[in-house]
Write a protein that binds this ligand. Sequence first.
Ligand SMILES: Cc1cc2nc3c(=O)[nH]c(=O)nc-3n(C[C@H](O)[C@H](O)[C@H](O)COP(=O)(O)OP(=O)(O)OC[C@H]3O[C@@H](n4cnc5c(N)ncnc54)[C@H](O)[C@@H]3O)c2cc1C
Length: 414
Amino acid sequence: MNIVIAGAGIGGLVAALSLRSAGPHRIEVLEAVPEIRPMGAGVNLLPNAVRELAALGVAETLSGIGADLTELGYYNHLGQTIWREPRGRAAGCRWPQLAVHRGALQQVLVAAVRDRLGSTVPTTGARVTGFTPRPGGGVDIDLAPGPDGAPRRIAADVLIGADGIRSAVRRGLYPGEGDPRADGTTVWRGITRAAPFHGGRAMAVLGDGRWKAVVYPLATTPGADGLVPVNWAVSRASAEETDRFPAAVADWRCGDLRMDALLRDAAKAGSFPLLDRDPLPRWSFGSVTLLGDAAHAMAPMGSNATTQAVLDGRSLAHALAGHADPETALAAYDRERRPRMNHLQLLNRAKGPELVIDLVQARAPRGFRRIEDVVDATRLAQVADGYARAAGFDADTANAPSPYGLPRRPPAAA
Ligand SMILES: Cc1cc2nc3c(=O)[nH]c(=O)nc-3n(C[C@H](O)[C@H](O)[C@H](O)COP(=O)(O)OP(=O)(O)OC[C@H]3O[C@@H](n4cnc5c(N)ncnc54)[C@H](O)[C@@H]3O)c2cc1C
Protein backbone atom coordinates (compact mmCIF):
# COMPACT_ATOMS: atom_id res chain seq x y z
CA MET A 1 0.00 0.00 0.00
CA ASN A 2 1.21 3.49 -0.79
CA ILE A 3 0.68 5.68 2.29
CA VAL A 4 1.36 9.41 2.50
CA ILE A 5 1.60 11.12 5.88
CA ALA A 6 1.28 14.92 5.90
CA GLY A 7 3.41 16.30 8.76
CA ALA A 8 6.61 15.11 10.48
CA GLY A 9 5.60 16.12 13.99
CA ILE A 10 5.55 13.54 16.76
CA GLY A 11 2.28 12.01 15.51
CA GLY A 12 3.35 11.70 11.87
CA LEU A 13 6.75 10.22 12.74
CA VAL A 14 5.34 7.64 15.17
CA ALA A 15 2.73 6.69 12.55
CA ALA A 16 5.53 6.20 9.99
CA LEU A 17 7.56 3.98 12.34
CA SER A 18 4.47 1.98 13.32
CA LEU A 19 3.38 1.49 9.70
CA ARG A 20 6.88 0.28 8.87
CA SER A 21 6.26 -2.58 11.32
CA ALA A 22 2.72 -3.17 10.11
CA GLY A 23 3.13 -4.32 6.54
CA PRO A 24 5.05 -3.94 3.27
CA HIS A 25 3.86 -0.38 2.78
CA ARG A 26 5.50 2.37 0.78
CA ILE A 27 5.47 5.27 3.24
CA GLU A 28 6.11 8.90 2.43
CA VAL A 29 6.20 11.63 5.07
CA LEU A 30 5.74 15.14 3.68
CA GLU A 31 6.85 17.97 5.97
CA ALA A 32 6.10 21.61 5.19
CA VAL A 33 9.15 23.22 6.81
CA PRO A 34 12.37 23.28 4.74
CA GLU A 35 14.43 21.96 7.65
CA ILE A 36 13.37 20.13 10.82
CA ARG A 37 14.86 22.16 13.67
CA PRO A 38 14.38 21.51 17.41
CA MET A 39 11.40 23.80 17.98
CA GLY A 40 9.22 24.18 21.06
CA ALA A 41 9.90 23.45 24.70
CA GLY A 42 8.99 20.55 27.00
CA VAL A 43 6.38 17.85 26.38
CA ASN A 44 5.41 14.85 28.48
CA LEU A 45 5.22 11.23 27.43
CA LEU A 46 2.90 9.43 29.82
CA PRO A 47 3.49 5.74 30.62
CA ASN A 48 1.01 4.50 27.99
CA ALA A 49 2.94 6.37 25.29
CA VAL A 50 6.32 5.19 26.60
CA ARG A 51 5.01 1.60 26.38
CA GLU A 52 4.29 2.17 22.67
CA LEU A 53 7.62 3.88 22.05
CA ALA A 54 9.33 0.92 23.74
CA ALA A 55 7.58 -1.39 21.27
CA LEU A 56 9.07 0.76 18.50
CA GLY A 57 12.53 0.43 20.08
CA VAL A 58 13.07 4.14 20.82
CA ALA A 59 12.09 4.46 24.51
CA GLU A 60 15.58 3.71 25.81
CA THR A 61 17.13 6.53 23.78
CA LEU A 62 14.45 8.88 25.10
CA SER A 63 15.13 7.93 28.73
CA GLY A 64 18.65 9.24 28.18
CA ILE A 65 17.52 12.68 27.01
CA GLY A 66 14.61 13.44 29.34
CA ALA A 67 13.54 13.44 32.96
CA ASP A 68 11.81 10.44 34.51
CA LEU A 69 9.11 12.20 36.57
CA THR A 70 7.80 10.55 39.72
CA GLU A 71 5.47 13.17 41.19
CA LEU A 72 2.79 15.67 40.22
CA GLY A 73 1.61 18.33 42.65
CA TYR A 74 -1.11 20.98 42.49
CA TYR A 75 -0.60 24.04 44.71
CA ASN A 76 -2.26 27.38 45.30
CA HIS A 77 -0.38 30.61 44.62
CA LEU A 78 0.89 30.60 48.20
CA GLY A 79 2.57 27.27 47.57
CA GLN A 80 0.15 25.33 49.78
CA THR A 81 -0.44 21.75 48.71
CA ILE A 82 -3.83 20.92 47.22
CA TRP A 83 -3.00 17.48 45.83
CA ARG A 84 0.13 15.41 45.24
CA GLU A 85 0.30 12.10 43.49
CA PRO A 86 3.03 9.68 42.44
CA ARG A 87 3.63 9.43 38.70
CA GLY A 88 5.19 6.94 36.29
CA ARG A 89 7.13 4.16 37.97
CA ALA A 90 6.40 5.64 41.42
CA ALA A 91 2.69 5.15 40.67
CA GLY A 92 3.24 1.45 39.96
CA CYS A 93 3.55 1.77 36.18
CA ARG A 94 6.00 -0.46 34.33
CA TRP A 95 6.89 2.54 32.18
CA PRO A 96 8.09 5.95 33.27
CA GLN A 97 6.54 9.33 32.62
CA LEU A 98 9.19 11.14 30.59
CA ALA A 99 9.51 14.90 30.27
CA VAL A 100 11.53 15.70 27.14
CA HIS A 101 12.24 18.63 24.88
CA ARG A 102 9.84 18.38 21.93
CA GLY A 103 12.68 19.08 19.51
CA ALA A 104 14.89 16.37 21.00
CA LEU A 105 12.03 13.85 20.83
CA GLN A 106 11.39 14.78 17.21
CA GLN A 107 15.09 14.38 16.35
CA VAL A 108 15.16 10.87 17.89
CA LEU A 109 12.11 9.90 15.85
CA VAL A 110 13.47 11.44 12.63
CA ALA A 111 16.72 9.47 13.10
CA ALA A 112 14.74 6.22 13.57
CA VAL A 113 12.58 7.00 10.53
CA ARG A 114 15.65 7.67 8.35
CA ASP A 115 17.29 4.51 9.60
CA ARG A 116 14.26 2.30 8.92
CA LEU A 117 12.47 3.96 6.00
CA GLY A 118 15.38 5.50 4.12
CA SER A 119 17.51 8.60 4.42
CA THR A 120 15.21 10.73 2.25
CA VAL A 121 12.24 10.33 4.61
CA PRO A 122 10.74 12.70 5.68
CA THR A 123 10.66 14.94 2.62
CA THR A 124 11.03 18.52 3.85
CA GLY A 125 9.78 21.63 2.05
CA ALA A 126 6.72 19.62 1.01
CA ARG A 127 3.55 21.41 2.13
CA VAL A 128 0.29 19.57 1.46
CA THR A 129 -2.32 22.06 0.26
CA GLY A 130 -5.26 19.81 -0.54
CA PHE A 131 -6.41 16.48 -1.90
CA THR A 132 -8.99 14.96 -4.23
CA PRO A 133 -10.42 11.49 -3.56
CA ARG A 134 -10.23 9.18 -6.57
CA PRO A 135 -13.36 7.38 -7.72
CA GLY A 136 -12.92 3.76 -6.67
CA GLY A 137 -10.39 4.47 -3.87
CA GLY A 138 -7.14 6.29 -3.28
CA VAL A 139 -6.43 9.99 -3.33
CA ASP A 140 -4.53 12.64 -5.32
CA ILE A 141 -2.54 14.95 -3.06
CA ASP A 142 -1.62 18.53 -3.98
CA LEU A 143 1.57 20.12 -2.73
CA ALA A 144 2.65 23.77 -2.72
CA PRO A 145 4.81 24.56 -5.76
CA GLY A 146 8.47 23.52 -5.47
CA PRO A 147 11.52 25.75 -6.10
CA ASP A 148 10.81 25.63 -9.85
CA GLY A 149 7.33 27.08 -9.21
CA ALA A 150 5.61 24.07 -10.77
CA PRO A 151 2.52 22.63 -9.04
CA ARG A 152 3.04 19.16 -7.60
CA ARG A 153 0.50 16.34 -7.31
CA ILE A 154 1.10 12.78 -6.09
CA ALA A 155 -1.18 9.75 -5.81
CA ALA A 156 -1.58 7.53 -2.73
CA ASP A 157 -3.78 4.72 -1.48
CA VAL A 158 -4.09 6.44 1.91
CA LEU A 159 -3.54 10.02 3.11
CA ILE A 160 -2.96 10.61 6.83
CA GLY A 161 -3.31 14.21 7.96
CA ALA A 162 -0.80 14.56 10.82
CA ASP A 163 -0.28 18.23 10.01
CA GLY A 164 -1.09 19.82 13.33
CA ILE A 165 -3.68 22.23 14.68
CA ARG A 166 -3.92 24.19 11.38
CA SER A 167 -4.14 21.00 9.32
CA ALA A 168 -4.67 21.42 5.58
CA VAL A 169 -6.07 17.87 5.41
CA ARG A 170 -8.65 18.68 8.09
CA ARG A 171 -9.55 21.84 6.18
CA GLY A 172 -10.16 19.65 3.12
CA LEU A 173 -12.51 17.44 5.14
CA TYR A 174 -14.20 20.31 7.00
CA PRO A 175 -13.86 23.34 4.70
CA GLY A 176 -16.22 25.53 6.75
CA GLU A 177 -14.51 25.03 10.10
CA GLY A 178 -12.21 28.06 10.17
CA ASP A 179 -9.42 28.86 12.61
CA PRO A 180 -8.69 27.04 15.87
CA ARG A 181 -10.69 28.21 18.87
CA ALA A 182 -9.05 30.73 21.24
CA ASP A 183 -10.55 31.26 24.71
CA GLY A 184 -8.52 34.41 25.43
CA THR A 185 -5.81 32.66 27.48
CA THR A 186 -2.23 33.73 26.82
CA VAL A 187 0.65 31.36 27.53
CA TRP A 188 4.32 32.27 28.01
CA ARG A 189 6.79 29.41 27.76
CA GLY A 190 10.47 29.05 28.43
CA ILE A 191 13.31 26.85 29.66
CA THR A 192 15.66 28.14 32.36
CA ARG A 193 18.67 26.48 33.94
CA ALA A 194 17.75 26.41 37.61
CA ALA A 195 18.33 24.43 40.80
CA PRO A 196 16.41 21.13 40.99
CA PHE A 197 13.22 21.47 43.07
CA HIS A 198 10.93 19.07 44.99
CA GLY A 199 13.52 16.28 44.85
CA GLY A 200 14.35 16.80 41.16
CA ARG A 201 11.68 14.61 39.53
CA ALA A 202 8.45 16.51 40.11
CA MET A 203 5.97 18.50 38.08
CA ALA A 204 4.38 21.39 39.96
CA VAL A 205 1.25 23.25 38.90
CA LEU A 206 0.51 26.45 40.84
CA GLY A 207 -2.44 28.75 40.37
CA ASP A 208 -4.60 31.51 41.79
CA GLY A 209 -7.61 30.96 39.54
CA ARG A 210 -6.42 33.54 37.01
CA TRP A 211 -2.69 32.97 36.62
CA LYS A 212 -1.21 29.49 36.42
CA ALA A 213 2.35 28.12 36.30
CA VAL A 214 3.33 24.61 35.17
CA VAL A 215 6.93 23.70 35.98
CA TYR A 216 9.00 20.54 35.45
CA PRO A 217 12.62 19.56 34.82
CA LEU A 218 13.86 18.23 31.46
CA ALA A 219 16.83 16.46 33.07
CA THR A 220 17.44 14.91 36.46
CA THR A 221 21.24 15.02 36.65
CA PRO A 222 22.54 18.52 37.34
CA GLY A 223 25.37 19.87 35.22
CA ALA A 224 28.70 21.11 36.61
CA ASP A 225 26.85 24.32 37.59
CA GLY A 226 24.50 22.29 39.83
CA LEU A 227 21.55 23.31 37.63
CA VAL A 228 19.10 21.47 35.36
CA PRO A 229 16.98 22.73 32.46
CA VAL A 230 13.57 23.55 33.91
CA ASN A 231 10.57 23.93 31.60
CA TRP A 232 7.95 26.45 32.63
CA ALA A 233 4.69 27.69 31.16
CA VAL A 234 2.76 30.56 32.70
CA SER A 235 -0.74 31.37 31.55
CA ARG A 236 -3.29 34.08 32.16
CA ALA A 237 -6.88 32.96 31.72
CA SER A 238 -8.04 36.10 29.95
CA ALA A 239 -6.47 38.74 27.75
CA GLU A 240 -6.81 41.39 30.50
CA GLU A 241 -3.74 42.19 32.56
CA THR A 242 -1.35 40.19 30.41
CA ASP A 243 1.04 43.14 30.75
CA ARG A 244 1.49 42.03 34.38
CA PHE A 245 3.64 39.08 33.26
CA PRO A 246 6.09 38.18 34.75
CA ALA A 247 5.51 40.31 37.88
CA ALA A 248 2.13 38.64 38.58
CA VAL A 249 3.75 35.30 39.38
CA ALA A 250 7.35 36.25 40.17
CA ASP A 251 6.87 36.10 43.94
CA TRP A 252 5.24 32.66 43.90
CA ARG A 253 7.18 30.11 45.95
CA CYS A 254 6.47 26.49 46.65
CA GLY A 255 9.01 24.81 48.94
CA ASP A 256 12.33 25.14 47.12
CA LEU A 257 10.64 26.08 43.83
CA ARG A 258 10.98 29.84 43.23
CA MET A 259 9.29 31.36 40.23
CA ASP A 260 11.53 34.45 40.28
CA ALA A 261 14.57 32.24 39.65
CA LEU A 262 12.84 30.71 36.61
CA LEU A 263 11.60 33.98 35.18
CA ARG A 264 15.00 35.72 35.09
CA ASP A 265 15.05 35.33 31.30
CA ALA A 266 11.32 35.87 30.88
CA ALA A 267 11.89 38.64 28.36
CA LYS A 268 13.06 35.97 25.91
CA ALA A 269 10.03 33.73 26.51
CA GLY A 270 7.68 33.22 23.63
CA SER A 271 4.00 34.01 24.22
CA PHE A 272 1.08 32.65 22.26
CA PRO A 273 -2.69 32.24 22.54
CA LEU A 274 -4.06 29.00 23.96
CA LEU A 275 -5.87 27.23 21.11
CA ASP A 276 -7.88 24.08 20.70
CA ARG A 277 -10.35 22.49 18.29
CA ASP A 278 -13.89 21.22 18.62
CA PRO A 279 -14.40 17.44 18.73
CA LEU A 280 -15.23 16.06 15.28
CA PRO A 281 -18.07 13.72 14.31
CA ARG A 282 -15.71 11.80 12.01
CA TRP A 283 -11.96 11.61 11.24
CA SER A 284 -11.87 9.01 8.44
CA PHE A 285 -13.45 9.63 5.05
CA GLY A 286 -12.67 6.91 2.51
CA SER A 287 -8.89 6.85 2.04
CA VAL A 288 -8.20 9.96 4.15
CA THR A 289 -7.91 10.28 7.92
CA LEU A 290 -6.59 12.58 10.64
CA LEU A 291 -4.21 12.01 13.53
CA GLY A 292 -2.71 13.90 16.51
CA ASP A 293 -3.44 17.63 16.78
CA ALA A 294 -4.98 17.62 13.30
CA ALA A 295 -7.67 15.29 14.64
CA HIS A 296 -8.06 16.46 18.25
CA ALA A 297 -6.00 19.52 19.23
CA MET A 298 -6.81 19.96 22.92
CA ALA A 299 -6.20 22.61 25.55
CA PRO A 300 -2.86 21.86 27.26
CA MET A 301 -4.16 20.37 30.52
CA GLY A 302 -2.92 17.06 31.84
CA SER A 303 0.23 17.00 29.65
CA ASN A 304 -1.47 14.77 27.15
CA ALA A 305 -1.30 15.96 23.54
CA THR A 306 1.94 14.23 22.57
CA THR A 307 0.96 11.02 24.33
CA GLN A 308 -2.32 10.84 22.42
CA ALA A 309 -0.60 11.54 19.08
CA VAL A 310 1.70 8.55 19.78
CA LEU A 311 -1.30 6.32 20.55
CA ASP A 312 -3.09 7.47 17.38
CA GLY A 313 -0.13 6.44 15.22
CA ARG A 314 0.03 3.02 16.83
CA SER A 315 -3.73 2.48 16.61
CA LEU A 316 -3.84 3.45 12.94
CA ALA A 317 -0.97 1.14 11.99
CA HIS A 318 -2.62 -1.67 13.94
CA ALA A 319 -5.90 -1.12 12.10
CA LEU A 320 -4.13 -1.10 8.72
CA ALA A 321 -2.36 -4.35 9.62
CA GLY A 322 -5.66 -5.98 10.52
CA HIS A 323 -7.78 -5.05 7.49
CA ALA A 324 -6.92 -5.69 3.86
CA ASP A 325 -9.19 -2.86 2.75
CA PRO A 326 -7.70 0.52 3.76
CA GLU A 327 -11.07 2.25 4.02
CA THR A 328 -12.28 -0.40 6.48
CA ALA A 329 -9.05 0.03 8.45
CA LEU A 330 -9.40 3.80 8.62
CA ALA A 331 -13.00 3.46 9.79
CA ALA A 332 -11.90 1.00 12.52
CA TYR A 333 -9.20 3.45 13.69
CA ASP A 334 -11.80 6.23 13.82
CA ARG A 335 -14.13 4.04 15.92
CA GLU A 336 -11.36 3.11 18.32
CA ARG A 337 -9.73 6.48 18.93
CA ARG A 338 -12.19 9.28 18.17
CA PRO A 339 -14.78 8.79 20.96
CA ARG A 340 -12.03 8.81 23.60
CA MET A 341 -10.38 11.88 22.13
CA ASN A 342 -13.72 13.71 21.82
CA HIS A 343 -14.22 13.10 25.55
CA LEU A 344 -10.68 14.18 26.43
CA GLN A 345 -10.95 17.37 24.35
CA LEU A 346 -14.02 18.39 26.33
CA LEU A 347 -12.43 17.40 29.66
CA ASN A 348 -9.41 19.56 28.83
CA ARG A 349 -11.60 22.49 27.81
CA ALA A 350 -13.09 22.22 31.32
CA LYS A 351 -9.49 22.40 32.69
CA GLY A 352 -9.00 18.62 33.04
CA PRO A 353 -7.39 17.60 36.35
CA GLU A 354 -6.25 21.18 36.98
CA LEU A 355 -9.78 22.26 37.83
CA VAL A 356 -8.98 21.40 41.47
CA ILE A 357 -6.84 24.55 41.67
CA ASP A 358 -9.77 26.78 40.70
CA LEU A 359 -12.08 24.88 43.02
CA VAL A 360 -9.80 25.51 46.00
CA GLN A 361 -9.14 29.10 44.98
CA ALA A 362 -12.87 29.85 44.84
CA ARG A 363 -13.38 28.43 48.34
CA ALA A 364 -10.18 29.66 49.99
CA PRO A 365 -8.79 32.64 48.05
CA ARG A 366 -6.47 33.63 50.91
CA GLY A 367 -5.16 30.14 51.51
CA PHE A 368 -6.09 27.48 54.03
CA ARG A 369 -4.84 25.86 57.19
CA ARG A 370 -5.76 22.30 56.18
CA ILE A 371 -6.84 21.26 52.68
CA GLU A 372 -9.44 18.91 54.24
CA ASP A 373 -11.28 22.01 55.47
CA VAL A 374 -11.65 23.20 51.87
CA VAL A 375 -12.24 20.10 49.77
CA ASP A 376 -12.75 16.44 50.45
CA ALA A 377 -9.75 14.23 49.62
CA THR A 378 -12.10 11.74 47.94
CA ARG A 379 -13.21 14.45 45.50
CA LEU A 380 -9.57 15.28 44.65
CA ALA A 381 -8.78 11.60 44.13
CA GLN A 382 -11.84 11.20 41.90
CA VAL A 383 -10.72 14.03 39.63
CA ALA A 384 -7.17 12.67 39.35
CA ASP A 385 -8.21 9.03 38.84
CA GLY A 386 -11.00 9.91 36.42
CA TYR A 387 -8.61 11.90 34.26
CA ALA A 388 -5.91 9.20 34.30
CA ARG A 389 -8.46 6.63 33.15
CA ALA A 390 -9.86 8.90 30.44
CA ALA A 391 -6.36 9.44 29.07
CA GLY A 392 -5.32 5.79 29.58
CA PHE A 393 -2.27 6.36 31.80
CA ASP A 394 -3.66 4.83 35.01
CA ALA A 395 -1.43 1.94 36.13
CA ASP A 396 -3.94 -0.80 35.19
CA THR A 397 -4.30 0.44 31.61
CA ALA A 398 -0.66 1.42 31.10
CA ASN A 399 0.62 -1.91 32.48
CA ALA A 400 -1.63 -4.03 30.28
CA PRO A 401 -0.02 -5.33 27.09
CA SER A 402 -0.22 -2.87 24.21
CA PRO A 403 -3.53 -3.11 22.38
CA TYR A 404 -1.59 -2.21 19.24
CA GLY A 405 0.85 -5.13 19.06
CA LEU A 406 2.30 -5.42 15.56
CA PRO A 407 4.44 -8.08 13.93
CA ARG A 408 8.13 -7.17 14.03
CA ARG A 409 9.77 -6.43 10.68
CA PRO A 410 13.49 -6.12 10.11
CA PRO A 411 14.76 -2.52 10.43
CA ALA A 412 15.72 -2.02 6.79
CA ALA A 413 14.62 0.61 4.28
CA ALA A 414 11.24 -0.24 2.69
C1 LIG B 1 6.93 24.07 16.19
C2 LIG B 1 6.09 23.43 17.27
C3 LIG B 1 6.45 23.59 18.61
C4 LIG B 1 5.67 23.01 19.61
N1 LIG B 1 6.06 23.16 20.92
C5 LIG B 1 5.34 22.58 21.91
C6 LIG B 1 5.76 22.68 23.27
O1 LIG B 1 6.75 23.29 23.60
N2 LIG B 1 4.99 22.07 24.24
C7 LIG B 1 3.86 21.38 23.91
O2 LIG B 1 3.22 20.82 24.80
N3 LIG B 1 3.47 21.24 22.63
C8 LIG B 1 4.17 21.83 21.62
N4 LIG B 1 3.77 21.70 20.31
C9 LIG B 1 2.55 20.91 20.04
C10 LIG B 1 2.86 19.41 20.19
O3 LIG B 1 3.98 19.07 19.42
C11 LIG B 1 1.65 18.61 19.74
O4 LIG B 1 0.52 19.02 20.50
C12 LIG B 1 1.77 17.11 19.91
O5 LIG B 1 3.10 16.66 19.93
C13 LIG B 1 1.02 16.38 18.79
O6 LIG B 1 1.79 16.51 17.65
P1 LIG B 1 1.32 16.39 16.15
O7 LIG B 1 2.36 15.59 15.45
O8 LIG B 1 -0.08 15.96 16.05
O9 LIG B 1 1.34 17.92 15.64
P2 LIG B 1 2.53 18.94 15.50
O10 LIG B 1 3.56 18.75 16.56
O11 LIG B 1 1.92 20.28 15.39
O12 LIG B 1 3.21 18.54 14.10
C14 LIG B 1 2.62 18.83 12.86
C15 LIG B 1 3.68 18.83 11.79
O13 LIG B 1 3.06 19.03 10.52
C16 LIG B 1 3.76 20.02 9.79
N5 LIG B 1 2.79 20.62 8.88
C17 LIG B 1 1.87 21.58 9.16
N6 LIG B 1 1.11 21.83 8.07
C18 LIG B 1 1.57 21.01 7.09
C19 LIG B 1 1.18 20.80 5.75
N7 LIG B 1 0.16 21.48 5.19
N8 LIG B 1 1.86 19.89 4.99
C20 LIG B 1 2.89 19.18 5.55
N9 LIG B 1 3.30 19.35 6.83
C21 LIG B 1 2.64 20.25 7.58
C22 LIG B 1 4.30 20.94 10.86
O14 LIG B 1 5.41 21.70 10.38
C23 LIG B 1 4.69 19.96 11.96
O15 LIG B 1 5.98 19.46 11.77
C24 LIG B 1 4.50 22.27 19.27
C25 LIG B 1 4.14 22.09 17.92
C26 LIG B 1 4.93 22.66 16.92
C27 LIG B 1 4.55 22.45 15.47
